[in-house]
Design a protein around this ligand. Structure first.
Ligand code: COA
Length: 150
């Protein structure tokens, strides 16, 4: 596996197709509607603060992304918390540190904006993702997610 030079930049509206494709490759799901809603919320909201990132190769091919939310309120940043909703790296480019690079850039940027904590939800059965987040210094929070089946 050769070295690839990776550039991290903010997500743009025209990354839509690349992200739907990577998501399809990593999760085996085709869900353009889900990403359409996310993009509308992220790129078109007037309160949107750019935080979501993509990883691209030297020739501009998007091979990974990280998406989360942070909104500024009336008096500047009202929350010290942000979320990390989705992360994905093209299977052909995994295990080369791209996921780590995306997380580090994402967190460094949020820290500069005054964010003190980032939350993410992970399926208890998804050992690979839990391992990845653990390797990136995420740990279980004291708040637990309650649910009731209806
Ligand atoms: C999780 C994911 C983003 C990791 O991307 P990546 O670029 O391969 O990650 P990195 O190369 O930065 O790996 C960092 C560390 O995470 C851990 N890790 C990553 N993939 C792993 C795997 N398959 N099994 C165990 N540990 C893993 C390792 O500790 C790894 O460090 P190492 O390679 O030095 O051992 C990628 O595997 C992915 O897109 N998975 C599917 C995403 C998903 O399920 N998203 C759901 C919505 S959140």
């Amino acid at each position: 596996m050769g070295e690839v030079k990776i550039n991290i930049r903010f997500l743009r509206a025209d990354d839509f197709d690349a992200i739907v494709k990577i998501d399809n490759k990593v999760l085996g799901l085709y869900r353009p509607e889900y990403y359409k809603l996310k993009f509308e919320k992220l790129v078109q909201s007037k309160d949107y603060v750019p935080t979501s990132l993509v990883a691209e190769t030297e020739n501009g091919m998007v091979v990974g992304f990280i998406m989360g939310e942070l909104y500024i309120g009336e008096f500047g940043i009202s929350q010290e918390k942000a979320t990390l909703d989705t992360i994905g790296v093209d299977p052909d480019y995994q295990r080369r540190g791209i996921g780590k690079l995306l997380i580090n850039e994402y967190l460094a940027h949020l820290k500069k904006l005054g964010v003190e904590k980032v939350n993410t939800l992970v399926d208890w059965d998804d050992a690979k993702l839990i391992h990845f987040f653990s390797a990136n210094k995420f740990s279980p929070s004291k708040v637990i997610n309650l649910e009731r089946t209806l």
